[in-house]
Design a binder for this molecule. Structure first.
Ligand code: BGC
Length: 772
C-alpha cells in the first residue's frame, strides 16, 4: 500500500518525482474520453521504466494464444486492445544533452489530474546533466466535447541556457504491446504525410485490418512568436518535425499539439485522410484554450449528473470523484459496439476485453448517472453478440439456439484461454440476463424486452436447460464442472450461485415472455418464429428444472453451500492467515490455493446481493458471517458487494471498512498492482457501495427507495440520481435524509418504507437516518 497522493477534493496530486512510483502514476493520471485514451506518460524523452500506452476503443488484435497442450474447443486467440500511435513525443536537445527526467536532477515536480475540468497538468524544474535548468508546465486532455480530439500545451522556459535547442515533435506508431504473446508488432503502415494542416500517420492492424489515422498539428512559439517546423526523420510507422532555435536564458517556448485519432470503425478507410484533415483543421482553428473551455463545460455536465459530495473527509471525497471520473473517461455510451475493459484505457492487462464485470457491476452506475441510452447500449452490445454466443455454445456441443456468452470477448467470440475461466465460468450468462432485468426494473423500458431482451433471455435459458442434468441419486437437477465467481475453486459441482442464477434466468425468461405477450402479441409471434421457441415443451422443461434444481445448503449452519463438498475443506479463517501469506495469489502455489477454503471474491454473497428479495435478514447475516470470514477479497470486485450487504445488516463500521478497500484501491495501490492499470470496473462497485450501501437505494415497484445511514467518519454525503426522466438530489446528514426533486414531474419515493410524493422543485426530509 502506498500513500503518496495528496488529498484534494477535485484533484489527484503528486508532489515530487519518485521514479519507483512513476508507472503507478502513469496509470493513476490516465486520460480518456470513451473513444480513446492514454496512460500518463511524459511528453519529453524518458529513459527510465515506463509503460507507454495509447489506446483507441474497439481497435484490437487477435493475438495467437499460448497454451501448453492444445485441446478441442480452445479459443484460438486472446484479443487485445492495441497500444497505438503515440502522438505526444517531444525531444529537446540542448546542445547535445537531452531533457530526460531519468538523467536530470529534478528540483521540483508536481502532477495534478484536475477532475472537475478534465485535464492533466505537470510542472517541473530540472537540471539536465550539462548543467542547464529548465522549467516546464504541460497541460493535456482528451476532449469529452468532441471525442475525436485531444490537445497538449507544453511550455518550457530555458532558465539559464544560451545556445541552440533542437526540438523534435514526434508521431510514433512503431509501438508494441507489452503483453504481446510472441513479441509481434501488430501494426503496419498504410501511409504518412505532412501538409499545412498537420502530420498524418495511418496504420493498419494485422489480421483485423482496422485502420487508424493519427493527425497532429504542432505549433511552436518562441516568446509568443511563431516558429516554423520542418519536416524531419521519416521511417516506417514514424514521422516527425523539427526545428533548431537559438535560445537566450529566460526564453519561453510554447508548444501546442492538437490531435485527432480516427478509425475505420467510424469512417470508410478511403475517407480517413480527408476526414482527419478536416477535424484537425477545425480543432486547430478553435485553438487550445477554446478546446479546453469546451472540455470544462462537457465535464461540468457530467458532474452535474453524477457527482457525489462528501463532507468531512477530503480523502474519501477525492477517492469517489476519482472513481466517477475514470468511469466517465472509459465509457460514454455513445457507441453500442464498445464496452468497458476492466482496465479501460489505463493499461494492457485483461486485453481491454469485455468481462461479466460490465453487467454485474457497471450497469447500475451508468443507469443512475447518465442518460438511459448509455446503459441500454451496454445491453445492446450483448444483443448484437447473440449469434456468436449461440455459435460459442455450439462449439461446446450445445444446440437448438442455446447461447453461452463468452467470459472474455472483443467481438462476441470467446477469447480467453484458461479453461477454468473460458469453459467453466458459465455464470456470466446469469449476469447478462440479470442486467436486462436490472435495466428494465430501473427504467421501466419494457420495450427493451420486446426489441432485444427476450431473444437473449431465450438463448440463455436454453443453455441452462441443456447444461444441467438429472441426478438419479439426488432426484434433482445438478450442474457439474463449473467455476463460480470465486476463481479459487475450479471444476466444482453445484456452485450455489451458478445454480441459483440459472433457476432465476429460466423463470425470468418465462416472465419476460408473458410481459411481451401482454404488451405486443404480434412481436411475440415474431420472436417465436425467429427463435423457433416451442413454448409448451420448452417452458414445461424450464419449469421442471427451476422447481427441481439442487441448491446446496447446510441446514445445521443455516447457510447456502458455495459448492458440493465445501465443508470438507479445512475451515481456516482469514483472520488466522498471517499477513506474510497474503495475497495468497502471489504467495501460494495454485495447487495450494485450490485446496484451501479461501474465497477470492463474493460468490454466494454475490447471489444474495442480486436476488436479495428472496432472502430474509437472518439468512443474509448467517451467510455473510460465514463467507466474509473466509473471503480474501483478492478480486477488486469483491469488497463492494460485502460493503453493500454489511450496510443492509446495519453494520455501518464494516460497510465503511469494505468501502475504503474499494474506494482508494488504485490511489493507494492497495493490491500492489496499480502500475498495470486501474481497476475500472470495480470503481463502479465503489459507487454502488455509497449509493446502494450507505444510502440504501433500491428500486421497488417502479419507485426509488432509500434506507440511509451516515458513516461516522463523514459529516454528510450527497449525490444525484437520474430516474425515469427525473432527477433527485439526495443529501444524508446525521439523523436526516433530504431529497429534492430537480426534475419536471411529480414523483413518489420511499424512505424507510414511508412513501413521499415530491412535487417538482420541492424537498422532503426524513429524520430516521442513523449515524453508524
Ligand atoms: C475476477 C473476475 C473478473 C476479472 C476481470 C478477475 O480477477 O476474478 O471476476 O471478471 O478479474 O475484472
Amino acid at each position: 500500500m502506498k500513500n503518496y497522493i495528496q488529498a484534494a477534493a477535485w484533484s489527484i496530486i503528486e508532489e515530487g518525482f519518485d521514479p519507483a512510483l512513476h508507472q503507478i502514476s502513469e496509470s493513476i493520471f490516465s486520460l480518456g474520453n470513451g473513444h480513446m485514451g492514454q496512460r500518463a506518460n511524459f511528453e519529453e524523452t524518458y529513459s527510465g521504466e515506463s509503460l507507454s500506452g495509447n489506446y483507441v476503443a474497439g481497435v484490437y488484435y487477435p493475438d495467437k494464444t499460448r497454451v501448453g497442450w492444445w485441446k478441442n474447443g480452445y479459443p484460438e486467440y486472446f484479443a487485445k486492445v492495441l497500444n497505438s500511435c503515440n502522438w505526444m513525443g517531444l525531444q529537446f536537445d540542448f546542445g547535445g544533452t537531452l531533457l530526460d527526467l531519468h538523467t536530470a536532477e529534478v528540483k521540483s515536480f508536481r502532477r495534478e489530474l484536475q477532475m472537475q475540468k478534465g485535464y492533466l497538468q505537470r510542472n517541473f524544474v530540472a537540471t539536465i546533466p550539462s548543467g542547464s535548468t529548465v522549467e516546464v508546465q504541460s497541460k493535456r486532455f482528451f476532449s469529452m466535447a468532441n471525442d475525436e480530439i485531444a490537445a497538449l500545451h507544453y511550455q518550457l522556459k530555458a532558465t539559464d541556457f544560451t545556445g541552440t535547442l533542437k526540438l523534435k515533435a514526434v508521431v510514433d506508431g512503431d509501438v508494441s504491446n507489452q503483453d504481446s504473446n510472441y513479441d509481434e508488432k501488430f501494426w503496419d503502415e498504410v501511409g504518412k504525410s505532412r501538409t499545412e494542416k498537420g502530420t498524418f500517420l495511418t496504420l493498419r492492424t494485422k489480421k483485423t485490418g482496422f485502420e487508424v489515422i493519427t493527425g497532429v498539428k504542432t505549433i511552436v512559439l518562441l516568446n509568443g512568436k511563431p516558429l516554423e517546423l520542418k519536416s524531419s526523420e521519416e521511417r516506417n510507422k514514424y514521422i516527425s518535425e523539427e526545428l533548431a532555435v537559438e535560445l537566450q536564458a529566460g526564453d519561453v517556448l510554447d508548444i501546442y499539439k492538437i490531435v485527432t485519432n480516427l478509425s475505420s470503425q467510424n469512417y470508410a478507410a478511403a475517407e480517413l485522410s480527408a476526414r482527419a484533415e478536416e477535424v484537425l483543421h477545425a480543432a486547430t482553428a478553435a485553438g487550445f484554450e477554446k478546446l479546453l473551455a469546451e472540455q470544462a463545460e462537457a465535464w461540468a455536465l457530467k458532474w452535474a449528473e453524477g457527482d457525489i459530495q462528501i463532507e468531512g473527509d477530503t480523502s474519501a471525497q477525492q477517492a469517489i470523484r476519482f472513481n466517477i471520473f475514470q468511469l466517465n473517461q472509459t465509457y460514454t455510451g455513445k457507441d453500442a459496439r464498445l464496452n468497458i475493459g476492466p482496465k479501460g484505457f489505463t493499461g494492457e492487462k485483461y486485453g481491454g476485453s469485455t468481462y461479466w464485470d460490465t453487467e454485474a457491476y457497471c450497469i447500475p452506475f451508468y443507469l443512475s448517472t447518465a442518460n438511459q441510452e448509455v446503459a441500454k447500449n451496454l445491453l445492446v452490445y450483448r444483443y448484437k453478440h447473440l449469434e456468436k454466443a449461440i455459435e460459442n455454445a455450439q462449439k461446446l456441443g450445445f444446440d437448438k439456439g442455446a447461447a453461452l456468452y463468452p467470459m472474455v470477448t472483443m467481438n462476441g467470440e470467446e477469447c480467453h484461454n484458461e479453461w477454468e475461466i473460458t469453459f467453466e465460468e458459465i455464470h456470466r450468462n446469469g449476469a447478462i440476463a440479470f442486467a436486462i432485468y436490472n435495466y428494465v426494473r430501473y427504467t421501466g423500458d419494457q420495450d427493451y424486452l420486446k426489441q432485444y431482451g427476450l431473444e437473449v433471455l431465450i438463448g440463455i435459458a436454453r443453455f441452462w436447460k441443456q447444461r444441467v442434468n438429472w441426478s438419479e441419486d439426488k432426484q434433482q437437477y445438478v450442474m457439474l464442472g463449473v467455476t463460480g465467481p470465486n476463481e479459487y475453486e475450479n471444476n466444482i459441482n453445484n456452485n450455489w450461485y451458478t445454480n441459483t442464477m440459472a433457476v432465476w434466468c429460466l423463470n425470468y425468461a418465462m416472465e419476460a415472455t408473458e410481459i411481451v405477450r401482454a404488451e405486443d402479441p404480434a412481436r411475440l409471434a415474431e420472436l417465436i418464429e425467429a427463435t423457433g421457441l416451442n413454448e409448451a415443451e420448452e417452458f414445461a422443461a424450464w419449469t421442471k428444472i427451476s422447481a427441481g434444481m439442487y441448491l446446496p445448503e447446510d441446514k445445521n449452519l443455516g447457510i447456502f453451500l458455495q459448492q458440493d463438498g465445501y465443508l470438507d475443506k479445512e475451515q481456516i479463517l482469514v483472520k488466522d492467515l498471517p499477513a506474510s501469506q497474503r495475497p495468497i495469489n502471489q504467495k501460494w502455489s495454485w495447487d495450494r490455493i485450490l485446496r484451501s477454503g479461501f474465497i477470492k471474491q463474493a460468490d454466494v454473497l454475490q447471489g444474495m446481493y442480486f436476488l436479495e428479495d428472496q432472502y430474509d435478514l437472518d439468512a443474509l447475516r448467517r451467510n455473510f458471517d460465514f463467507y466474509e470470514a473466509r473471503t480474501v477479497h483478492e478480486s477488486s470486485l469483491s469488497p463492494c458487494v460485502h460493503s453493500i450487504l454489511a450496510a443492509k445488516l446495519n453494520d455501518g463500521a464494516r460497510a465503511y471498512e469494505f468501502y475504503l478497500r474499494t474506494a482508494r484501491l488504485d490511489l493507494d495501490d492497495y493490491n500492489n498492482d496499480t502500475e498495470d492499470g486501474l481497476h475500472i470496473t470495480s470503481m463502479a462497485g465503489t459507487w454502488m457501495s455509497i449509493v446502494e450501501g450507505f444510502a440504501g437505494m433500491r428500486v421497488r415497484n417502479g419507485q426509488l427507495l432509500f434506507r440511509p445511514f451516515l458513516p461516522q467518519e463523514w459529516q454528510s454525503f450527497a449525490f444525484k440520481i437520474g430516474f425515469r426522466g427525473t432527477q433527485f438530489s439526495i443529501t444524508i446528514r446525521a439523523g436526516e435524509i433530504t431529497i429534492f426533486n430537480a426534475g419536471d414531474q411529480i414523483s413518489n419515493i420511499s424512505i424507510f418504507d414511508e412513501v413521499y410524493q415530491i412535487p417538482t422543485g420541492e424537498t422532503v426530509i426524513n429524520y430516521q437516518a442513523a449515524a453508524l
